[in-house]
Design a protein around this ligand. Structure first.
Ligand code: 5AD
Ligand code: SF4
Length: 447
């Protein structure tokens, strides 16, 4: 019965959750669900959640409070509503979610999304809440339906999931499980389907994407570099990106693809987390500040114009003012085009949550402000230096102003320009005339 039921998926957290939400939507479409943006109309409400920091996880419960009221109002109108919690909070908290929020009918961890339609059916027919958080033997990707025919200009594609680096602050090894790489053939088929649907840019996703080691088309293990080269052969795919990388896995062959593959965009998200070697050791990062500096030098040798982005945590347990100063110094030394910074948040079950010397909240806030001031100034400087240059921009959405489109520069900056909406999905040369803290603006060059 196509189109008889409506689903709303609210996505929190990282790009992998965005990808997972798309795959769930596609899978539910086969069972008659169409998307809605209005919670009151939704027969099925899914919260696809993030557990990375406490704030992210707590959002789920405030959202569930609102959903309880919506479900009650719908019940008074004679409508049934199913509520599902998916993602990393589902994996981490499991049955606790139902205990704390009985409005929830279904809790499904990230490895079981292919079973979502069946589980929804069972929860309804058995009139009880179900919790599914085991790591199943079968590969969920092999059981999800093919990618849908309709797509934006840019898409995510998960190639690797999970992590066994065990940074002491991080929940990912527990919520997403051990490292798993999809086979090259499955990724190529998905990329080809996306290209056929008009996608021009693919961002390869993985929690530790440069540790990718999936089975190659020749049956041997393939590196991320080899995968990128293979995907670059697909003619409709004009741009490739990947995220997130660990410094330890930036291999020579990956640097080589940055030097030689024009479809691989000159942008790299490479978290370093902290600038003090003592803190890095306590984080179990397996690299020092000097290792990072040396690696960045080699990356810039391979691709001199590469724009760097990073993740940084302030206030890790035991972080002193001197340790924090080392973080500022490393930022100064590298120079980032963009960065994400966070206050350390103790996560249940992770080793760092038990370390003595948790840094007081005010201290964390103060350090975060100082760090963000520096990062903002670097980002503004990077953007300002683009004025006067001509960039190929992939336009992928409409802008706020009439007749305006927004696209991305090779360095991932949003670029605003006036252009006809049939230019969506195309790469046009744009002369950059203005730069703000978060975006650029320019004029499209005549062909
Ligand atoms: N507290 C604060 N930030 C964290 N991150 C991961 N775990 C935590 C935590 N417990 C940050 C890291 C990571 C990014 C996705 O989130 O910087 O790279
Ligand atoms: Fe959040 Fe990490 Fe899960 Fe992504 S993988 S949703 S960042 S906890």
């Amino acid at each position: 019965m196509p189109g008889t039921k409506k689903v709303l998926i609210k996505t929190f957290g990282c790009q992998m959750n965005v990808y997972d939400s798309e795959r769930m939507t596609e899978s539910l479409a086969n069972y008659g669900y169409t998307e809605t943006t209005s919670p009151e109309d939704a027969d099925l409400l899914i919260l696809n959640t993030c557990h990375i920091r406490e704030k992210a996880a707590e959002k789920v419960y405030s959202e569930l409070g609102r959903i309880r009221q919506i479900k009650e109002q719908r019940r008074l109108r004679g409508r049934q509503t199913q509520v599902a919690v998916t993602g990393c909070v589902a994996q981490a908290e499991g049955a606790e979610i139902v205990a704390r929020a009985p409005v929830v009918d279904l809790v499904v961890g990230p490895q079981s999304y292919h079973r979502l339609p069946e589980l929804l059916y069972r929860a309804k027919s058995e009139s009880r809440s179900l919790v599914e958080t085991v790591f199943p033997e079968e590969d969920k990707f092999g059981h999800l339906p093919r990618r849908a025919a309709k797509h934006a200009a840019s898409a995510f594609l998960t190639v690797q999931e999970g992590c066994d680096k065990f940074c002491t602050f991080c929940v990912v090894p527990y919520t997403r499980g051990m490292e798993f790489s999809r086979p090259v053939s499955a990724i190529v088929a998905e990329a080809q389907a996306l290209a056929d649907a008009g996608v021009a840019e693919i961002t390869l996703l993985g929690q530790n994407v440069n540790g990718y080691h999936g089975e190659g088309e020749d049956g041997r293990s393939s590196s991320l570099a080899a995968l990128i080269r293979r995907l670059a052969e697909i003619s409709g795919i004009r741009r490739l990106r990947y995220t997130t990388s660990h410094p330890r896995d930036m291999s020579e062959d990956l640097l080589e693809v940055h030097a030689t593959e024009p479809k691989l965009m000159p942008y790299l998200h490479l978290p370093f987390q902290a600038g003090s070697d003592r803190v890095l050791a306590a984080m179990n990062r397996k690299h020092t500040a000097a290792d990072y500096v040396e690696l960045v030098a080699r990356i810039r040798q391979a691709r001199p114009d590469i724009a760097l982005s990073t993740d940084i945590i302030v206030g890790f347990p035991g972080e002193t003012e001197d340790d924090f100063t080392a973080t500022l110094a490393l930022v100064e030394e590298i120079g980032f085009a963009q960065a994400y910074s966070f206050k350390y948040s103790p996560r249940p079950g992770t080793p760092a949550a038990k370390i003595d010397g948790q840094v007081p909240e005010e201290e964390k806030t103060e350090r975060l402000h100082r760090l963000q001031r520096l990062l903002d100034s670097q980002q503004s400087r990077f953007n300002a230096a683009c004025v006067g240059r001509i960039f190929p921009v992939l336009f992928d959405r409409s802008g706020r102003q009439d007749g305006q489109l927004v696209g991305r520069s090779p360095y991932l900056q949003p670029v605003h320009a006036f252009a006809n909406s049939d230019m969506l999905g195309r790469i046009l040369q744009v002369e950059i005339l203005g730069a703000g803290p978060n975006s650029l603006s320019g004029v499209v060059q005549a062909a």
